[in-house]
Design a protein around this ligand. Structure first.
Ligand code: EPS
Length: 390
């Protein structure tokens, strides 16, 4: 069975749920790690008042016994403290759709002039469940030395120029964690705090560019055999599925269009002294491919970038129309974030990891961790002995 998950829940309902199916039995569920990821997702300069109400933590409702998976679906519940969906006085109808939000398209789709039901489910609150699922998948990946690292690369006129390498990513992670905006370059981080503050003063919002690097993937996760099973296709879908994301890139991404082949492709060499690394000694001097060739991992770090548009709820409002009267109005405002770009980098880091875990389980399989570990060991042993013939 392929690893998969589904989420349920409304932004102001009783809670968010993630139903994760396909994990082998015997996986240690590190709830402290999952909760730390949930807390990181809540943080970041520019977050709104909602995050001072919520204290996200995951409660396993099924599939876990004494801290380990049992082989059945795992349900993680993240309660909403701001739960008020059944109280009509606290959830008034919304008739003024916000440009950029799901309000207009959803209301017409469901044949209503009240945007409430659409916005409740479309809300990026749902990413709490996705982070929980991704963090659970990372409990598995970490057993095989696979780690995911996400951060904010750029926003408005601010860019963190640090190159991420196998050698420096842990110190960058520490710098990211010290940043109020999830950006591991101290000067740029301070500048971005100023920019977000300025947007707040102007009752405006910001988005940005977030990046995830996954280290330690063995060669050959994913496949070139079917278009929808290519790992880059799945990563693309997972990243574009994050609320407010308008673009996804792998490695050098769109910049490839402006260069010739010799300036893009990563030369291959063999270094026998490094054959115990994930690339089995097939070293590259660059990683423009972002660790993916032909829909499969190539042993280099997987690098995925996502573009988040600015938050669509603006305190200053945007031109809109009342869905009942069709008269011009200013779009609705209740409460919002100025920026959720730091949160978006946490979401990216975790959704990317989930797809890697899915591909990992498809390659190595197994109903139990013991079987999975044995299958992984056997494959690595064969791959190191190539060529097998003779
Ligand atoms: C969101 C609107 C805001 C955000 C929310 C996403 O919520 P509220 O309307 O309750 O203030 O804070 O994000 C979260 C609650 C979260 O946990 O990320 C929206 O409309 O998308």
């Amino acid at each position: 069975m392929s690893l998969r998950f589904m989420t349920a829940g409304e932004s102001h309902g009783p809670g968010m749920l993630a139903v994760i199916e396909g994990l082998p039995a015997g996986l240690e569920v590190d709830l402290d790690f999952i909760d730390a990821e949930l807390r990181r997702r809540q943080a970041g300069y520019g977050r709104g008042a909602r995050q001072r109400i919520e204290a996200d933590a995951a409660e396993p409702l099924s599939g876990v016994m004494q801290g380990r998976t049992m082989g059945g679906p795992v349900v993680l519940r993240i309660p909403n403290r701001d739960s008020r969906l059944d109280d009509a006085t606290k959830t008034p109808p919304v008739h003024q759709p916000r440009p950029g939000h799901a309000d207009l398209a959803g209301s017409v789709k469901w044949l209503t002039t009240d945007c409430r039901a659409t916005l409740e489910r479309a809300s990026a609150r749902e990413t709490a469940a996705r982070v929980a699922a991704g963090a659970l998948a990372r409990c598995l990946l970490r057993r095989f030395g696979i780690e995911s690292f996400g951060f904010v690369r750029a926003s408005l006129d601010v860019t963190c120029t640090a190159a991420v390498t196998l050698e420096n990513w842990k110190s960058l992670r520490a710098a990211r964690d010290a940043s109020e905006v999830g950006m591991p370059c101290a000067d740029a981080s301070a500048k971005l705090v100023d920019r977000i503050h300025q947007a707040k003063v102007e009752k405006d919002t910001v988005g940005g560019l977030v990046e995830a690097h996954v280290f330690g993937c063995p060669i050959g996760l994913g496949t070139c055999v079917q278009w929808h099973e290519r790992l880059d296709a799945r990563l693309g879908a997972a990243v574009m599925g994050i609320q407010a994301f308008k673009a996804v890139e792998i490695g050098m991404g769109r910049e490839c269009a402006f260069r010739t082949g010799s300036q893009v492709h990563d030369p291959i060499a063999f270094d026998a002294s490094r054959r115990n690394e994930p690339h089995l000694g097939f070293v590259r001097t660059s990683n423009n491919a972002g660790g993916l060739e032909g829909g499969m991992t190539n042993g280099m770090p997987v690098v995925v970038t996502g573009t988040m548009k600015p938050i669509s709820t603006l305190l200053r409002g945007m031109p809109s129309v009342d869905l009942n009267t069709k008269a011009p109005v200013t779009s609705a405002y209740e409460r919002s974030d100025i920026s959720a770009i730091a949160a978006a980098s946490v979401v990216l880091e975790n959704v990317v990891a989930f797809e890697i875990a899915r591909a990992f389980l498809e390659k190595f399989g197994g109903d139990s961790m013991a079987q999975l570990e044995a299958s992984h060991r056997a494959w690595v042993d064969l791959a190191r002995r190539l060529p097998l013939e003779g």
